[in-house]
Design a protein around this ligand. Structure first.
Ligand code: ZN
Ligand code: ZN
Ligand code: ZN
Length: 374
């Protein structure tokens, strides 16, 4: 897959951002480096103290306020192929006053939506520069756009899924009695970086550590009979994230664990199968939770069933009780039920699923059965 999308993809995202803003009564979106900027323009810049700010008015041309010294990198990004005017500032200028000027000095009550990940200090400076304007979080527009993936984004998520599947396929060779979780995690991290641009996280949770869902890796030495939860993810060159969990065992675990694990396999599969347009997020959560409840395992399922994924590993929509949002084609999220017996053992199975027109599109295709390493 090429390292970026066609300019037309960004042009349509920017257009929809303006349209959604207009519908929300927002005068402009102000977007600093981070996932929203990458979403709208493909410009992958890291947030620094100097202000770079994309100005997307509900009506009018898109502009990028950018420090003079960053112009080269901005133009080398997909922004160079988009019709975006660069408004540059020198080291001694006030970029916030410049941004206010670009916006035509917003008057009383003009609604300025700042990206959800903007540094607080930048939001405060923008408020200072536009004292009459009202500030709100741009998630009301940008989360709504980002949670509905385009065809190109779905392709990117499937590609990320294939990348992490290739890593999971290699995990059994690294799980050996006598090695530490950290040693295994280093091998996995190397493999993730072969398949992705960045390694985002590596969870190797063995034995009792498996009962802590966000345990990362430690110096615990793997022992015969351990169940090992391996939850791993990275970001591909085009910016989309992978996230997949499989549960492994060093030798055959005891029958009561195997019985519980069989219920988990069913709960995860049924929740994936139930993904379809019109289903609510909480209904998907309930499918998994009810199956675990029938086996008295629900009290050990201590987190939501899933989270949206795209340019960030965790984004909307969240698959959780109380979320009545209805699924639409293009929504992408994890389905990752688990059970955690404190201080004893844990297990989890996680796939990324896209809601397709007729049902689920599975981004991860590795088998769900417990992978027993002898
Ligand atoms: Zn980065
Ligand atoms: Zn996840
Ligand atoms: Zn995960």
């Amino acid at each position: 897959m090429s390292t970026d999308f066609e300019p037309s993809e960004y042009i349509s995202r920017l257009q929809r951002a303006s349209e959604f803003s207009a519908a929300e009564g927002i005068a402009a979106l102000l977007v600093t480096p981070g996932p929203d900027l990458r979403y709208l323009t493909g410009y992958h810049a890291h947030p620094l103290e100097r202000l770079t700010c994309l100005v997307v008015p509900a009506d009018g041309p898109v502009k990028l306020v950018v420090p003079e010294l960053e112009v080269g990198t901005a133009q080398a990004s997909p922004i160079g192929a988009l019709d975006i005017e660069l408004v540059t500032w020198q080291e001694t200028e006030d970029p916030y006053a410049l941004t206010a000027k670009v916006l035509g000095e917003p008057g009383h009550g003009a609604r300025m939506a700042v990206d959800d990940r903007m540094w607080a200090v930048k939001a405060i400076e923008l408020r200072r520069a536009m004292p009459e304007a009202e500030q709100l979080a741009a998630g009301v527009v940008l989360s709504e756009l980002r949670m509905r993936k385009s065809e190109a984004e779905v392709t990117a998520l499937i590609y990320a899924g294939e990348a992490i599947d290739r890593v999971h396929a290699q995990v059994p060779q690294w799980l050996r009695v006598g090695r530490t979780e950290n040693e295994v995690a280093r091998d996995i991290a190397d493999a993730i970086s072969q398949e992705h641009e960045t390694v985002d996280f590596v969870i190797v949770a063995s034995g009792p550590n498996g009962s802590s869902p966000h345990h990362m890796a430690s110096d615990r030495v793997l022992a015969q009979g351990d169940v090992v939860v391996v939850d791993i993810g990275g970001t591909t060159s085009v910016g989309y994230c992978s996230d997949s969990t499989r549960t492994y065992a060093l030798g055959e675990p005891d029958p009561s664990f195997l019985a519980d694990y069989a219920v988990l396999v069913e709960a995860q599969a049924k929740a994936c199968e139930s993904v379809a347009p019109g289903m609510t997020c909480e209904e998907i959560d309930a499918v998994a939770r009810n199956i675990l409840a029938d086996a008295q395992l629900d009290e050990f399922f201590i987190h939501r069933t899933g989270h949206g994924i795209g340019l960030e590993t965790h984004e909307e929509p969240y698959i959780v009780s109380g979320n009545q949002r209805r699924l639409e084609p293009g929504m992408a999220f994890s389905v990752e039920p688990g059970f955690y017996r404190a201080g004893e053992v844990g297990s989890r199975i996680e796939d990324i699923v896209v809601c397709g027109v007729d049902g689920p599109i599975m981004c991860n295709k590795r088998p769900h059965e417990l992978i027993v390493v002898e």
